[in-house]
Design a protein around this ligand. Structure first.
Ligand SMILES: Nc1ncnc2c1ncn2[C@@H]1O[C@H](COP(=O)(O)OP(=O)(O)OP(=O)(O)O)[C@@H](O)[C@H]1O
Length: 328
């Protein structure tokens, strides 16, 4: 069996990017706002002129390739870093004030947990310092770490550490929960439990912002998706809108035995194609123009069987719009 996967970067993609969706949840209270925010580290522009608003009750996914500026944006949202230009506000005031007031629950990607203390001691501390802290056992139970409550936090596995961070983020009644790659290292069961708790938090009116590289999570969970690329916000919309915006279709078919006489390298010259995968007799294509691609398939002398044409997933849309941003 031969398998080949290729990325095409043809210039024929039509991707609308850069739409700002401020005001999407008309009437919903504003929770957070970035207004023309930039952040530089020396010559590195980590975030460039970023503007967006988060509203009460929204679950928003922050996507972008490595180094896109997601963590830097989150740090500014939390008042951990000051913008080089522009304004960040949380609940109409400064991020630091919102954090002090216990309005923000945070789960960051990095940062060691205090060593030499037990899980219970750490979570107890978080519940006590939160102005509206929850009952410790309830927090431990929800985060599914009651059974490891007496363990030292520096003796935990990566997935267990993530659950402890999750407990710290949900130790009190916060209005905004910010999660930086929250499910990294979690197994499938922990991940499902995590998102069901988050869904309950969202249903209770909390706003959730999470950065992730798991596009299927963003697709399944987020009401809205923000895509960053090289410091710029290049797309803002529902997962369905972003998929549609990428203008991509997925085509799959099997090559008929009689196609064995046809040079399969012709598949690589089809118009509109952005990715192509040939596994055995099965061809899978992403294309910006399904009609033109299929017309060319027939013209090239193939006899496709079991033809299926469908919209692309968020992952392919993400690849398309970030590749288009790269070209621009
Ligand atoms: N303290 C810093 N000093 C210098 N450069 C920095 C600093 N923090 C971030 N950067 C740079 O800013 C850019 C954005 O980084 P950031 O961590 O925000 O990206 P990210 O989207 O969160 O990436 P990842 O998905 O890899 O976590 C990168 O080029 C990074 O190297």
């Amino acid at each position: 069996m031969t398998t080949s996967t290729e990325q095409y970067t043809g210039a024929d993609r039509k991707v609308a990017v850069g739409a700002d969706r401020d005001g999407r949840a008309a009437g919903a209270a504003e929770v957070a706002a970035f207004r023309g925010v930039s952040k530089s580290f020396g010559s590195v522009k980590a975030v460039s002129d970023s503007s967006f608003t988060l509203h009460r009750g929204e679950t928003v996914a922050f996507l972008g390739p490595n180094g896109a500026g997601k963590s830097t944006s989150i740090d500014m949202l939390l008042g951990l870093k000051d913008p080089s230009a522009g304004q960040v506000s949380l609940f109409g005031g400064t991020p630091r004030q919102a954090v002090v007031d216990g309005r923000v629950g945070v789960m960051l990607q990095s940062g060691g947990l205090l060593p030499e203390v037990t899980v219970r001691e750490l979570v107890t501390f978080a519940c006590k310092v939160h102005p509206r802290g929850y009952d410790v056992d309830a927090v431990l139970t929800t985060a599914q770490i009651l059974d490891i409550a007496d363990r030292k936090v520096d003796k935990l596995s990566g997935g267990q550490e993530q659950r402890v961070r999750f407990a710290l983020a949900t130790a009190g009644d916060s209005d905004l929960i910010v999660l930086d790659e929250p499910t990294t290292g979690m197994d499938v069961t922990a991940r499902q439990a995590f998102w069901s708790v988050m869904k309950a938090q969202a249903d209770a009116g909390r706003t959730i912002l999470f950065a992730t590289h798991y596009l299927e999570e963003a697709d399944a969970i987020a009401d809205r998706v923000l895509v960053m690329h090289k410091g710029r916000l290049i797309a803002d919309g529902t997962a369905a809108e972003i998929k549609a915006r990428a203008g991509q279709r997925r085509i799959s078919f099997d090559l008929h035995p009689q196609d064995g006489t046809v040079d399969t390298s012709l598949l690589h010259t089809l118009p509109g194609v952005t990715t192509l995968d040939l596994s055995g007799h099965t061809v899978r294509i992403s294309t910006s123009d399904a009609d033109a691609t299929m017309a060319a398939v027939y013209r090239a002398g193939f006899y496709p069987r079991g033809l299926e044409v469908a919209g692309v997933g968020l992952e392919q849309a993400f690849i398309t719009i970030t590749a288009a941003a790269e070209e621009n």
